[in-house]
Design a protein around this ligand. Structure first.
Ligand SMILES: Cc1cc2nc3c(=O)[nH]c(=O)nc-3n(C[C@H](O)[C@H](O)[C@H](O)COP(=O)(O)OP(=O)(O)OC[C@H]3O[C@@H](n4cnc5c(N)ncnc54)[C@H](O)[C@@H]3O)c2cc1C
Length: 604
C-alpha cells in the first residue's frame, strides 16, 4: 500500500490499558510479532485511574476465602446472567495473575507479616482486594509496562484506530491515524485483540477518561461482531458532585471499605432502610457490626454501604429525590467519623486513602479527615461489550479477539468493584495467548484496498464541510445529555423510545458537522471521529435496554421495577443487519454445569 505507512504483525493489539498490555506480554512471550496501538500515551490509559484494588482470593486477610466464594459472589452480583464459564475462569485464575504481578515488581500494601494486604469492597464476602493505597491502577500499569519493555513489542502511541478491515469473514487489519500529524497508518495482522476500554463518555456525568468513547465496541460492531449485555451500564454510587467542573470524578468504594458511611441531610444512615433479600443474611444488623466488619472482625457482616453498586446508587437517588440530599444534589459520605474509633484516625485516613484526601483538598477544598464529602452516582463502567468465547476470547468474527472492559460476559448485570482489574489480567492473558496461537496456525489474510480507501474518505469528510453551522462538540454534548436524561440510572420505555428517535436525528446531525483547520492535532476532527462510535454504543444501550422489560443489576426500569424470572435465561445481543440497521436478539444462556450451580446454592 504505497499511500499509507504500513505495519505488519502476527498479533495487533488495540489498546494499552491493563487488558491490552497483559495481552501484549502474553502474545510476545509466545514468540510472535506484536504491535500495540493506543490513542493516548503509553502508561496513560484509563486503567491508570483505577483506585481501590484487584479482586483475587489470595486469602491473606481472611483464610475462609477461596475461588468458589469469589465465583458465587460474582454470579450473585451479576444477577446470574453472567457467562458462568468466564466467572469461573476469572475466580480460579485471578490469584495467580496477582502473584505474577508481584513477581514482576508490583509493590502492594502489606499485612503485618509481609503478605499482600486485601481490603473489603462491595459485594465481596471477604476482604479480597489487593491494593496499593488508592492508586492500584497506577501500579498495575507501571508493572505491566516495565515488564513489556523487555519484550519485543512495537508500540504506536497517540494513534487512533478508525476501522477494522476484513478478508471475507476474517479480521485482516486495522486502519488508523496518528493524532499528532493526522497521517494514516495501515496495520496488517493475522490476529487482532481489541482492548479499548469503556463507553462512559456517552454520558454527561462520568468517571471515565476522555478515551472512553466505545471505539472497540463500535469497531467490532461495524466489522460484524455481536455486542452483548449493552443495557447493563454501571452507575457508581459515589462520584464527586461539587464543584461542577469535577462532577462525576470517582470517589473510590475503598472509602466505604475503610469504614466510610453514607448519610442523608437528616444525618440518618439511610442504607439500613432497604436491604435486598438476596443480601439480607450477609448484611450487618447495626452500625457497630458494620464497622467491626470494615476493621477485619471475621464474625461481623458487611455494612449496607458495601452492598452492590447498583443498589447503593439507587438508594442515593431515592434520598435526593425525596428532598433528603446534600446541598448540591448528592448525599454525604463520611470517613472522618472513624476517628472516634481509631487511634491516629486522621493519619490512618490519609495513609489508606491518599488520592481521595488530595482529590477533595485540591478540587473541593474539603478535608476528608474532618468533614464529610458530597457524593452522587456517576457513569462508571459498562458490563456489556463484545461477545467472546469464554476460554479463548475470540469474538464472533474470526481472528478478532477482545478483552477487558470492551468485552462482555464475566460481569452479567452488575460488576463487583475490583473485578475489572482482575478481569484485565485473566482475560488479557488469555486473549494474548489465543491470538498468538491463532496467528501461528493461520496465514496472513489479504487487505482489501477498497475498504481502506473508503475508511479514509469517510473520516476526512468533516473537512469538506468546514463552513458547516455545527461542529462535533455540539452534537456530542446533545448526545451526552440525551443518554444521561433518557437512558440513565432509571429508565422507562417512553424515555428510551424517544432516545432512539433522537439518536437517529443526532446521527444525521453528526453526518453534517464540519471541522476547520488541518489534520495536525485537531481535537475537533478527533471528536467528529469519536462521535460515530458514541452514537453506535448509545443506540446499542438504548435498544438493548428497551428489550429487557424488567429490572436487573445496573439496568433499572421504572415501568418494570421487579426482576422477572422470564428474563433470567438469556442475554441481549445486538448486531448489524444486512441493511446496516441494528438487530436485537435474545441469546439463551447455556445451562450451568451441576458443580457450579452447587457452589452457588451452597454459598446462598
Ligand atoms: C476512576 C476509576 C477507578 C476505578 N477503580 C477500579 C478499581 O479499583 N478496581 C477495578 O477492578 N476497576 C476499577 N475501575 C474500572 C477499571 O479501571 C476499568 O474497567 C479498566 O481499567 C479498563 O481497562 P481496559 O484495559 O479494558 O481499558 P482502558 O484502561 O480503558 O484502556 C483502553 C486503551 O485503549 C486505547 N484505545 C481506545 N480506543 C482506541 C482506538 N480507537 N484506537 C487505539 N487505541 C484505542 C486507549 O488509548 C487505551 O490505551 C475504575 C474505573 C475508574 C474510572
Amino acid at each position: 500500500m504505497p499511500d499509507y505507512e504500513t505495519h505488519q504483525y502476527d498479533v495487533l493489539i488495540i489498546g494499552a490499558g491493563g487488558a491490552g498490555l497483559r495481552a501484549a506480554i502474553e502474545a510476545a512471550s509466545a514468540g510472535v510479532s506484536v504491535g500495540l496501538v493506543c490513542k493516548s500515551l503509553l502508561g496513560k490509559a484509563h486503567t491508570v485511574m483505577a483506585e481501590g484494588g484487584i479482586a483475587a482470593t489470595l486469602a491473606n486477610a481472611d483464610d475462609r476465602d477461596n475461588w468458589k466464594v469469589h465465583f458465587a459472589d460474582t454470579m450473585r452480583g451479576g444477577q446470574y446472567v453472567n457467562n458462568w464459564r468466564m466467572a469461573e475462569l476469572h475466580a480460579r485464575e485471578a490469584p495467580d495473575r496477582v502473584r505474577e504481578l508481584e513477581a514482576w515488581g508490583a509493590v502492594f500494601d502489606r499485612t503485618s507479616d509481609g503478605r499482600i494486604l486485601q481490603r473489603n469492597f462491595g459485594g465481596h464476602r471477604y476482604p479480597r482486594l489487593a491494593h496499593v493505597g488508592d492508586r492500584t491502577g497506577l501500579e498495575l500499569i507501571r508493572t505491566l509496562q516495565d515488564h513489556a519493555i523487555y519484550l519485543d513489542i512495537s508500540v504506536h502511541m497517540e494513534c487512533t484506530v478508525i476501522a477494522l478491515l476484513k478478508d471475507g469473514d476474517r479480521a485482516s487489519g486495522a486502519f488508523a491515524y496518528d493524532r499528532e500529524r493526522g497521517r494514516f497508518h495501515l496495520f496488517h495482522a493475522k490476529a487482532i485483540v481489541l482492548a479499548t476500554g469503556g463507553v462512559g463518555r456517552a454520558y454527561r456525568i462520568t468517571s471515565n477518561s476522555w478515551e472512553g468513547t466505545g471505539d472497540g465496541h463500535a469497531l467490532a460492531y461495524d466489522a460484524g461482531a455481536d455486542l452483548m449485555d449493552m443495557e447493563f451500564v454501571q452507575f457508581h454510587p459515589t462520584g464527586m458532585v461539587w464543584p461542577p467542573s469535577v462532577r462525576g470524578i470517582l470517589v473510590t468504594e475503598g472509602v466505604r471499605g475503610e469504614g466510610g458511611v453514607l448519610r442523608n441531610n437528616e444525618g440518618r444512615r439511610f442504607m439500613f432502610d432497604d436491604i435486598p433479600e438476596l443480601y439480607r443474611s450477609q448484611t450487618a444488623d447495626d452500625e457497630d457490626e458494620g464497622f467491626r466488619y470494615t476493621q477485619g472482625d471475621k464474625d461481623a457482616r458487611r455494612p449496607p454501604e458495601l452492598l452492590t453498586r447498583d443498589h447503593v446508587a439507587r438508594c442515593i437517588r431515592r434520598e435526593v429525590k425525596a428532598g433528603r440530599g446534600s446541598p448540591h444534589g448528592g448525599v454525604f459520605l463520611d470517613i472522618s467519623w472513624i476517628k472516634s474509633r481509631i487511634p491516629n484516625g486522621e493519619e490512618h485516613i490519609r495513609r489508606k486513602l491518599p488520592s481521595m484526601y488530595h482529590q477533595f483538598k485540591q478540587l473541593a477544598d474539603i478535608d476528608i479527615t474532618r468533614e464529610p464529602m458530597e457524593v452522587g452516582p456517576t457513569t462508571h463502567y459498562i458490563m456489556g461489550g463484545i461477545r467472546v468465547d469464554a476460554d479463548t476470547q475470540m469474538s464472533t468474527v474470526t481472528g478478532l479477539f477482545a478483552a477487558g472492559e470492551c468485552a462482555a460476559g464475566i460481569n452479567g448485570a452488575n460488576r463487583l468493584g475490583g473485578n475489572s482489574l482482575s478481569d484485565l489480567l485473566v482475560f488479557g492473558r488469555r486473549a494474548g495467548e489465543h491470538a498468538a496461537e491463532f496467528a501461528r496456525r493461520n496465514a496472513l489474510p489479504a487487505i482489501d484496498r477498497q475498504q481502506v480507501d473508503q475508511a479514509a474518505r469517510a473520516v476526512l469528510e468533516p473537512f469538506d464541510r468546514s463552513g458547516a453551522p455545527e461542529g462535533p462538540f455540539q452534537v456530542q454534548h446533545a448526545l451526552q445529555d440525551l443518554m444521561q436524561d433518557k437512558v440513565g440510572i432509571v429508565r422507562t420505555a417512553g424515555d428510551m423510545e424517544a432516545a432512539v428517535v433522537e439518536l437517529a436525528r443526532l446521527r444525521n446531525r453528526a453526518e453534517h458537522v464540519g471541522v476547520a483547520g488541518h489534520r495536525e492535532f485537531n481535537t475537533g476532527w478527533h471528536a467528529a471521529i469519536d462521535l460515530r462510535n458514541l452514537l453506535t454504543v448509545s443506540e446499542a444501550i438504548a435498544r438493548s435496554a428497551l428489550e429487557r422489560r424488567e429490572s436487573r443489576g445496573g439496568h433499572f426500569r421504572e415501568d418494570f421495577p421487579a426482576k422477572d424470572p422470564a428474563y433470567a435465561g438469556f442475554n441481549i445481543v445486538v448486531r448489524k443487519d444486512s441493511a446496516g440497521g441494528m438487530k436485537v436478539e435474545r441469546a439463551p444462556l447455556p445451562p450451568m454445569p451441576g458443580e457450579l450451580s452447587a457452589i452457588i446454592e451452597e454459598m446462598k
